[in-house]
Structures are given as structure tokens and as C-alpha cells.
Design a protein. Structure first.
Length: 745
């Protein structure tokens, strides 16, 4: 307790101190104009560096399509590592962004790229020495996670290509546009219908297929090796065979079986294709694959996991003799072992049921295998800085300490580096100033080369002040939460406080990356709130695996972090609000439904308010195109074993769902609420309307704001500006000094 008191006293001192005021605080325009670096790759010979610069959101043709911003904002640049200089754009600046890296050829003479123009996705091959690009009439498959292109030689490559002009992943967000065509068909007396079946009626309408093509880059010839519903390929180490993952038949769980959050609508089956002959073989047509297969070193055997009646099974398919072998438990104890994971191929951050970090292999097969195949893009790593009399130095792999010329300690908030490999000894550096201005440098044995500066418009920005809060969570776990204070905070009146909860999120002693001025976070942005004069609390919130039948107290879960923030002396205990987004919006509404609470205002955006209703509702894209797959099982898994934490299906524990759903507790809500929703969000718009209507029925203070054409995150500039205008006005109205304006009936 003495340690905690000492920490709070020190924090209170820090609240009195602060850096001198800079020219201006962070603003929404800074967020909309923010630039970033995307993929970075080096060719196998170490001659060429290629990277994607992501333009500002406002400079894309479709700022509303934020889910594809990594593609729609991408411009490609190349650097000759033998003669480093100013990066050369791969396409003219007059062309809009929308081009991404797919991969270098083995000797680095060509770079495969893909470009999205309207509703057309094209493959291009760039010649590195001349910069010329040959655009081919093929639309690469694409989902952002899996390999769809592989070079076999300098003039031969394998490509997973679409039958149409654009993959589903690149049109899913605008699929609701098809509703207009359905309406027009009905108005003209034509058929407009979708259908879906279950049990004996389980079937789906026809959907586009994909092709495995063997391309000859010299002649331009394209040979089709296979055609089906493929979304992933893995080339054998010897290049003679290709493993394709096919989503062939609809998959429906039984009533008693457990469901998973990664369980799609289609079974995943394995198809093996011989590159030379085009002969294909399905080693286990009835299997449903889990995770990614793994080729053996020689490329003549492949191991994989399959869901079977008695549980998971590890299998090995031998290509030359076309035989399949189930691995016995004793075989996994001796000899060569190849680890098989349930979840390889998709980053942990993209799987909401798993914590971020490494994935532990679950099974082993008795073959030698190389490292998992997949995206070979390089990764940024934090680099320690050393400040001396001559300035700032960074410690880099292969180079030791490298001085960063012209920089002092206060000029750099973060240094990250990508080691370019043994064939190109050196590192790409990303230096972020406290303001958010970012420099790209190349460090090699010849010195440090300045490549590019991003976010020059942010040079005079003063970011919010961030302070860690060490405390114990409601369950007794030691955790760290974060307090964000207005720029240049000094001693004086305590600030009104906005709490941004996201249950299950646990912070470290490193400031949350998405809440930095470089975070590109459109929703519940702590920097924007702090710039408007609010303190912001980002609480660490450990959660139980299952919520109780009587309803979980989210207010009690937040209370320890709130107490630590108020104990700092920087925040006004009488002026506290909540702003939750998505699952955080659900938590904010639940906290508000606990009767008397510590909050004067609640903002809930893109939230869920009826857990049972959530799992049975299709999103706008699935509703208009069910043939692409309706993730019903995974939605139930979200509620039962994932983030919803219900432990059972709604019909097995109906009162648990009711007790943990804000819409059924609306009579207890006394705090003014601002409810924000969007018509294209997978979080059902109808639930937000339902909660608002319940508050309206009782005469309680509430606002409902709906944004049209937006999805789970509001991103179009005018809509986003309106959202923050409304949120800030609502907070100021309810967090004025003095008694609460209205406690409700």
C-alpha cells in the first residue's frame, strides 16, 4: 500500500510538471492527413529495397473504405541498395494510390505488384532496372493474409487468380451497394431473392471460382493448372508441387459440437497439384483442415491437421505414391518432428479469441519441415537509443551503434528498424519525433542515408502527455493502465475525465501504440480528447472466462483503474464520462445500467446491446451475398466461448444472456447516453435503435446518431468531423462543473 501511495504521489508531481507548450495540439486534420509505411521487402540478392508509402486517408478516392486503407493508400517506392539515393516511385505521382507489393523474383530482376482501380484488381510485373511495368489480364486472389503468388524461376510464376475482376475481400465492404440493384429488379417486375438452407436443405448458390495459373513472363502464356474455390497456396520447397486450400462444401456443426471463432461456412480441404503435368490429387476429400499444412524439406510429403469425429488428427500425404497416413501418438515422440499449429497463417491480432503473441504448436508429424511459409514482408522492431555528447545513436544488427546525425534526445520519440538481411547488410530506420513527424533512413556500412520524411504537417504538434498507472485489477491481478493528459498540462483545476474501456485488453509499460499521434485511430481517440482539454483513462481490464447469470459488473471492473487515475490529482472525480467502441460500447452501456454510478455521461459507438440477437443476425455484406459464406457458427462461438463470454448457446442459458444485455437493463440506466451507429456495420444498427427506443420510452436523456454508408469505424472526413463535434459537445454539456444535469427518472 505504501508503494502504491508513493507511486500516486510521484504521479501527482508529474502532473504538475510538463514540457513547454508547442505551437498547437493534435487535431482531426492531422489524423486524416497522416502518412505511414506499409510493406517492406528486399529482393533475394540484396540489391533492391521496395516499400509502400501509405498516403493520407483524405487523398484516397474512397475514404469511407477504411478496411482497405492499407491498399487504397499504397504507393510503391524502390531504392537501389548499391547506390542509395532518393527513393524512386514505381508509378507516376499523377496516378492515384492503390498498388501493393506481392513479391520479388529469385534474382531480383522483377517485382510482382497488384493494383486496385475501381472494381478491377490487376497483376503487374515491374522490371527493376528500367521501372517499366507490364500489366497482365489477371486478377490476383487476395485476402491480406495468405500467399497467392510464388516465383518458380526468373520467368515462371504461380498465381491464384480470380475468375472475375476483383476478389471478394476487396468488394465485401461495398457489397451492400447491390441492394439497389435488387430493389430495381423488384420494381421492374424481375426476380430479386437470396436463399440459404440448413440440415437437409444445406446448400449455397453458385459463386465465383479461382484458378491456379502457371505464367510465363517472357511469352505471356498462362496455363491453368487447377480451378476451384481456393483461397491459399503453399508451394513445395522443390517447386514441383503446390498445395491448395479449397473451400468446397458448406460446413454445418451439430447441435452438441463446440464451435470456434475461426470456423467458416465452408470446409477447408486439401488439393495437391503437380506443376509440370497439372495432375491434381485430393488426399482426404472428407477432411476439414485446421491451421496450415506443412511441406517436408524434400517437398514429397505434406503434413496437416484435420477435424475428425474423435477429435483432431495429424495426417501425412505422400505425393509420389499418393498415399495418406494418420500419425499415431507414439510417432510424435521419436525422430524428426514437424510442428503443426491450429492457427498458423493468420496473425494473432486478427483473431479476437486469442491474445496477441506467438502461437504454440499443438501437434507434431514425423517429417523434417522448413519454417512456415507465408508473407515474407519484413517487420519493424524497436531499437534502443543512446544519448551522448555527440547526439543520439541507435544500436543496429550487424552495424553496432550508429549515430543519427543532427538529432538530440528530445527530437526522437521512437526508433524502429528493419534489418535488411545478410545479402544487404544494413537497416531501414523509422524515426518518429514526439510531434508525429516521421523520417525514413537507410543505415549501412557507408553511413546513414536520408530517404523520406512523412507527416511534415505535424512538425509543430504537441502530443498529449501519457502516464502509466500501476494498480491491481478487480480480480487482484497487478496491471498497468494509462492516463493521458492534455498537452502541456500544468498544475491547476483538475480535468474532466473520459474513460475508454475495452474489456479483456491488458496494457504493458509501453504506451498504447494506437493511442499515439501516429496511431491512426479514428474512434475514441485519446489524443483528440486530450487536445480538447479532457484527461483520458485507458484501463487494463482482465475478464473472467464466463460472465455470471446475474450480470457482470463492468463498473466494478473499471473502478480500480478509475481510482488510480483520480488518485493522481489530475482528474475531477465529479466529472467522469465513458466512451466505449464496439465491445467497449457494450461495456459502457452495461456499466451505465448498474444504477447509480461514477459517470456523468456515456458515449457508446458501434456497440452490441442484445447478445442473443447479435449471434443470429447477418451483417449487411453477408445478407446480400450469402453464397459467399455466412459465418453463423463463428458468431455463436464469439458469444459462447469468445468475447461474449456466455459459455453456452442462448437456448441453454437464456437468463444469462438477458442479465448481460444492456437492452434488458434499460430501466436502470440513469446516465445521459450518446448512441452512435452506422448502417453498414456488422454490429446491428437495429440494436442501437432498440436501446435508444427503450430510453425514449422512459423519457431519459439520450441521443441517437446514425451515419450512412459507414461500417464498424466511421472514417469519411465529413462524417468523422461531425462525430467528434457531437461527442465533444455532449461531453462538455454533461461534464460542466456543478451537479449532474439529469439523473433520469
Amino acid at each position: 500500500m505504501r508503494i502504491m501511495s508513493g507511486c500516486l504521489a510521484l504521479l501527482a508531481m508529474l502532473c504538475v510538471l510538463g514540457p513547454p507548450l508547442a505551437a498547437r495540439p493534435y487535431g482531426l486534420d492531422d489524423l486524416l492527413r497522416h502518412e505511414e509505411v506499409g510493406q517492406v521487402k528486399v529482393d533475394p540478392t540484396g540489391r533492391w529495397l521496395a516499400f509502400e508509402r501509405l498516403d493520407a486517408i483524405v487523398e484516397t478516392g474512397r475514404p469511407d473504405r477504411i478496411g482497405l486503407s492499407h491498399l487504397l493508400r499504397a504507393r510503391l517506392f524502390v531504392v537501389d541498395l548499391k547506390q542509395p539515393g532518393v527513393p524512386r516511385p514505381l508509378l507516376p505521382d499523377t496516378m492515384p494510390p492503390g498498388t501493393i507489393i506481392l513479391g520479388f523474383s529469385p534474382r531480383g530482376t522483377q517485382l510482382a505488384v497488384a493494383r486496385l482501380e475501381g472494381q478491377r484488381f490487376r497483376l503487374g510485373l515491374a522490371t527493376m532496372t528500367s521501372g517499366a511495368i507490364d500489366w497482365l489480364p489477371h486478377a490476383p486472389s487476395y485476402d491480406g493474409f495468405h500467399q497467392v503468388l510464388a516465383w518458380l524461376s526468373e520467368d515462371r510464376l504461380l498465381l491464384l487468380a480470380e475468375d472475375g475482376t476483383v476478389p471478394w475481400a476487396l468488394e465485401r465492404d461495398i457489397a451492400p451497394d447491390r441492394v439497389r440493384a435488387k430493389w430495381d429488379a423488384t420494381a421492374a417486375g424481375r426476380l430479386a431473392v437470396t436463399s440459404l438452407g440448413s440440415g437437409r436443405y444445406l446448400e449455397v448458390a453458385a459463386r465465383p471460382k479461382q484458378q491456379l495459373l502457371l505464367l510465363d513472363t517472357r511469352s505471356g502464356a498462362a496455363r491453368q493448372l487447377a480451378r476451384g474455390h481456393f483461397n491459399q497456396m503453399l508451394v513445395a520447397p522443390d517447386g514441383r508441387s503446390v498445395a491448395l486450400i479449397e473451400q468446397a462444401r458448406p460446413l454445418q456443426p451439430s447441435a452438441k459440437s463446440a464451435v470456434r471463432e475461426d470456423e467458416g461456412f465452408f470446409a477447408r480441404t486439401l488439393l495437391l497439384v503437380d506443376v509440370r503435368s497439372g495432375h491434381s490429387w485430393s488426399p482426404c476429400p472428407e477432411c476439414n483442415l485446421r491451421g496450415d499444412p506443412r511441406w517436408g524439406d524434400a517437398g514429397r510429403a505434406i503434413a496437416f491437421l484435420s477435424d475428425e469425429a474423435n477429435g483432431l488428427a495429424a495426417l501425412i500425404a505422400k505425393v509420389d505414391v499418393q498415399s495418406i497416413h494418420r500419425v499415431a501418438s507414439t510417432e510424435r515422440k521419436y525422430g524428426a518432428t514437424c510442428p503443426l499449429s491450429l492457427d498458423e497463417g493468420v496473425p494473432a491480432a486478427a483473431r479476437s479469441s486469442l491474445a496477441a503473441g506467438g502461437v504454440t504448436p499443438q501437434w507434431e508429424a514425423p517429417i523434417h519441415c522448413p519454417l512456415p511459409q507465408g508473407n515474407d514482408a519484413l517487420v519493424w522492431n524497436s531499437v534502443p537509443m543512446v544519448t551522448g555528447k555527440v547526439g543520439v545513436s541507435a544500436r543496429l544488427d550487424g552495424l553496432g551503434f550508429v549515430r543519427l546525425p543532427g538529432l538530440g534526445r528530445d527530437d526522437v520519440a521512437e526508433v524502429a528498424a528493419i534489418w535488411l538481411g545478410s545479402r544487404a547488410p544494413g537497416s531501414l530506420l523509422r524515426l518518429r519525433a514526439p510531434s508525429g513527424e516521421t523520417r525514413l533512413l537507410l543505415a549501412d556500412r557507408a553511413g546513414v542515408h536520408d530517404l523520406m520524411t512523412l507527416n511534415r504537417h505535424m512538425r509543430d504538434v504537441e502530443p498529449a502527455m501519457k502516464r502509466p498507472l500501476d494498480h491491481r485489477a478487480a480480480d487482484g491481478t497487478p496491471v498497468t493502465s494509462w492516463l493521458v493528459l492534455p498537452p502541456g498540462h500544468r498544475t491547476g483545476p483538475a480535468h474532466p475525465l473520459v474513460v475508454i474501456p475495452y474489456p479483456g485488453q491488458i496494457f504493458t509499460h509501453a504506451p498504447p501504440a494506437d493511442q499515439q499521434v501516429s496511431g491512426e485511430r479514428p474512434y475514441a481517440n485519446a489524443q483528440l480528447l486530450a487536445a480538447a482539454g479532457f484527461a483520458v483513462l485507458l484501463p487494463s481490464l482482465p475478464m473472467p472466462s464466463q460472465l455470471p447469470d446475474t450480470g457482470f459488473s463492468f463498473a466494478e471492473a473499471i473502478a480500480p483503474a478509475l481510482g488510480a487515475a483520480l488518485g493522481s490529482g489530475c482528474c475531477d472525480a465529479a466529472r467522469v464520462a465513458l466512451w466505449g467502441h464496439s465491445y467497449g460500447g457494450y461495456a459502457a452501456a452495461m456499466a451505465g445500467s448498474e444504477g447509480k454510478n461514477d459517470y456523468r455521461a456515456i458515449v457508446a459507438s458501434a456497440g452490441l446491446y442484445d447478445l442473443a440477437g447479435t449471434v443470429g443476425t447477418f451483417g449487411p455484406s453477408m445478407r446480400i451475398a450469402p453464397e459467399r459464406g455466412v459465418w453463423i457458427a463463428s458468431a455463436y462461438a464469439w458469444a459462447e466461448a469468445g468475447q461474449g463470454r456466455m459459455g453456452s448457446a442462448p437456448w441453454d442459458a437464456p437468463m444469462r444472456y438477458v442479465a448481460n444485455s444492456p437492452v434488458y437493463r434499460a430501466d436502470r440506466i440513469r446516465t445521459p447516453m450518446l448512441l452512435i451507429a452506422a448502417d453498414r456495420d456488422f454490429s446491428p444498427l437495429g440494436q442501437t435503435e432498440q436501446l435508444f427506443s427503450a430510453l425514449f420510452r422512459q423519457g431519459k436523456d439520450a441521443q441517437l446518431v446514425t451515419y450512412w454508408g459507414e461500417g464498424h469505424v466511421v472514417a469519411s472526413p465529413a462524417n468523422l468531423a461531425d462525430l467528434y463535434h457531437r461527442v465533444l459537445a455532449f461531453l462538455r454539456d454533461n461534464l460542466r462543473p456543478g451537479p449532474a444535469a439529469h439523473d433520469g427518472p
